[in-house]
Design a protein around this ligand. Sequence first.
Ligand code: F6P
Length: 328
Amino acid sequence: MSVKKVSKIAVLTSGGDAPGMNAAIRAVVRTGLYHGLEVYGVVRGYNGMIEDDIFQMDSKSVANIIQRGGTILKTARSKEFFEPEGRQKAYENLKKRGIDGIVVIGGDGSFKGAQKFSNEFDIPCIGLPGTIDKDIAGSDFTIGFDTAVNTAVEAIDKIRDTADAHDRLFVVEVMGRDAGYIALHSGIATGAENILIPESKTDMNLLVKGLTEKEKRKKLVNLIVVAEGDEFGGGTEVANLLKEKLPNADIRVCILGHIQRGGAPSCLDRLIASRMGYHAVECLLNGTHNVMVGIEDNKMKYTPLNNAVKAKQKISDEWLKIVKILAS
Ligand code: F6P
């Protein structure tokens, strides 16, 4: 079977921004130009495709961005793209420019859109996993996760200083939507006494018993890292539960929030974004179409968009065991 020739490609960022998205855009643009392609940037995700907010990019358009957080292309969660009329408009805007390949940098919501689009129209889509949540199967890392975890670690270390000074129990809520990866990694790395994540059930009575025993041992500083999507709710809900059960404890809550999404990308995020961006263009050129480009065991892995949308990453039992043993 002959490979359909691609000559004009577009790149967009969609969903929540993630540090490293700029590095990925840069890699797509520069690899595309290297191969003699015309490269277009789409502004504000799928909305820009629908509203025809599309511009041609050159090497200079991506100069001096590898170190910057956010996304120079802006991003959005487009409702209209989930309607057939929205996708039709988007298709027409691409078609009139002759754009014949797209690279979508985003999370699983963005891939759902790309999957629908690539099933309906003759424009191949490549997905790059760009989300701080790391909730996509087919890649050990997602662009932005490492930076977000490092930001959370830095913040939690600071919270431990003040918790220690006052002998307080701190409940720290981190992001992740319905995934617990940011909580798991940042909790282990900061020596949190408990880590609450949606992927594993927490026995609240056991947790309270543990804290009471620690109180008896005069271990009064406790950090509990809670994923925002935990079964008990977020940090506030967990702190309220603990306040009821431990009326003598001095409890504070800290919700880290959107600081986890900003800032200069870590070295790892810049590297994986550059590698994935490069391979996205190679995929468009060599006919590996409608896949998500991931990295597993340090090797490139291509997951059909349909599967990338359905599957979630699983937290291994080994990790959960480590959490239990080290946090006791
Ligand atoms: O998916 C990234 C993420 O930051 C989640 O961790 C979080 O739940 C959500 O986006 C927040 O979205 P918004 O910026 O729209 O409040």
